[in-house]
Design a protein around this ligand. Structure first.
Ligand SMILES: Cc1ncc(COP(=O)(O)O)c(C=O)c1O
Length: 439
């Protein structure tokens, strides 16, 4: 049995991995994985099973309701384990599940506005927002200006011809003893670049501010670790990490303490996660999330050559299993992206937006523009041939504008996942070559 070691190419695992994803049989080439990943059979089965066995309301004492309650509770437990917020990590906190990361960040911003208005946060009433990310972690904060809260914008700075970075030195002057929060992305969904969230967090903490890390573009590629980052808030979208369409927001116990969630007034404010989940969560989604946990467990067994254990439905992956799964994901993605980046970097008409060199910290979310051709035209020509990439600003509109691109046309983005194949990458390159030559 093969194991994920330096002597075996990580690409050898792909055929076995693909067997777990029924949608991949369609022959369509999925190149929009940063938009949303495909779902493994584990997820599909758990959702179906939930509808059959426990599609009732949680919280009652009859058997089906007890099963439903258990599923939803276990999904929260997985959310915490996935970001390393379990009690033994030393970074205990709570995970809120919601419709999306955007929705969760709006809920969080509203809770902060309420706490500021109630005087629960002292004289700290300024927020610093990085404009280098998705609007999901910008607008919820910026709109608080209308409620008298000062919001400072923190822009990315140019670090090379086609690269921009979140420079901690440009954050420092924005911080003061009035700063309450710093909101920023861990990875840009345009550049695919991992920024130094731990250093930024440290700087914010030294000024007495908390941080809200948008981990959405990072979590599908690098196992989140709120303990290592030291962050107060961390959000990611489960539908980009091989799960159902939901979002998950981690907050440390201390960060939650002064806030009141939006749920009914008679629900105590320390009843977490309930207080922050008005109307409850998508129960079948919670079941699906447990399916993605089971898939990651299977992947770790593949990576280490272990016989996949017949896990009980309640068995969540250990931290080590998650690490093994993500180590394989990272190795496959790195190997897949190299030829694509090499091709894009060498093409005389292509300008990669972000780093064009495959290296550690460069994720396989790859954006580019083609000289003399609109991104819309390039992407649509690729779509017509069965390649599922797309164009636009990907809701990082402020960043796209800052770097001087038309926000409507934006970039062409090709984002890979560990279930893409070298053949798909090769075919993408040939198709792109032909499309560009024809425009
Ligand atoms: C970096 C980043 N942040 C936030 C979001 C918003 O996530 P959601 O769709 O769960 O609201 C996205 C979605 O694409 C994203 O790429």
């Amino acid at each position: 049995m093969k194991t994920h070691t330096s002597t075996v190419s990580p690409l050898e695992f792909i055929p076995d991995i693909r067997l777990h994803f029924p949608s991949l049989r369609s022959g369509e080439v999925f190149l929009d994985n940063a938009g949303g990943s495909q779902a493994p059979k584990h997820v599909i089965d758990r959702v179906c099973e939930y509808f059959i066995s426990s599609f009732v309301q949680t919280g009652a004492d009859y058997a089906a309701s007890r099963r439903a309650t258990h599923t939803v509770s276990l999904a929260h437990q997985f959310g915490c384990g996935f970001v390393n917020a379990s009690s033994h990590s030393g970074h205990k906190g709570h995970c809120i599940l919601g419709a999306s990361s955007t929705a969760l960040l709006h809920t969080l911003a509203e809770a902060y506005a309420g706490a500021i208005a109630a005087g629960a946060l002292g004289s700290r009433r300024e927020i610093i927002v990085s404009t280098a990310g998705h609007e999901a972690n910008i607008w919820p904060w910026l709109k608080l200006e209308a409620r008298g809260i000062t919001v400072h914008q923190w822009h990315a700075v140019r670090s090379g011809d086609n690269t921009w970075t979140l420079d901690p030195d440009t954050l420092r002057p924005l911080l003061s003893d009035r700063t309450l929060l710093v909101a920023f992305p861990q990875v840009s969904n345009i550049f695919g670049e991992v920024w130094d969230a731990a250093t930024i967090t440290g700087i914010a903490h030294r000024a007495g501010a908390r941080v809200v890390v948008d981990g959405v573009a990072c979590a599908p590629h690098i196992l989140p670790d709120v303990h290592a980052l030291g962050c107060d808030w961390y959000v990611y979208s489960t539908y980009k990490v091989f799960g159902p369409h939901m979002g998950c927001l981690y907050g440390s116990a201390d960060a939650f303490a002064p806030l009141t969630g939006p749920n009914h007034p008679f629900i105590p404010r320390d009843a977490l996660p309930t207080k922050f989940e008005p109307g409850g969560v998508c129960h079948e989604g919670a079941a699906g999330l447990l399916g993605s946990a089971a898939y990651l467990r299977t992947l770790s067994a593949m990576a280490t050559g272990r016989e996949p254990t017949a896990a009980t439905p309640d068995e969540l992956p250990s931290r080590d299993e998650l690490k093994e799964a993500f180590s394989l994901i990272g190795a496959i993605e790195d190997a897949l992206q190299r030829p694509l980046l090499g091709y894009l970097a060498a093409h005389p008409r292509i300008r990669v937006i972000g780093d064009s060199a495959a290296r550690e910290g460069r994720l396989c979310t790859i954006s580019f523009v083609v000289r003399g051709a609109e991104s819309a035209r390039v992407a649509r020509a690729m779509n017509a041939q069965g390649f599922g990439c797309r164009f636009g600003n990907f809701y990082s509109r402020r960043l796209i504008e800052q770097i001087g691109l038309d926000p409507a046309d934006g970039v062409v983005r090709i984002s890979l996942a560990h279930y893409n194949t070298p053949d798909e990458v090769a075919r993408t390159i040939s198709a792109l070559d032909a499309v560009i030559a024809s425009i």
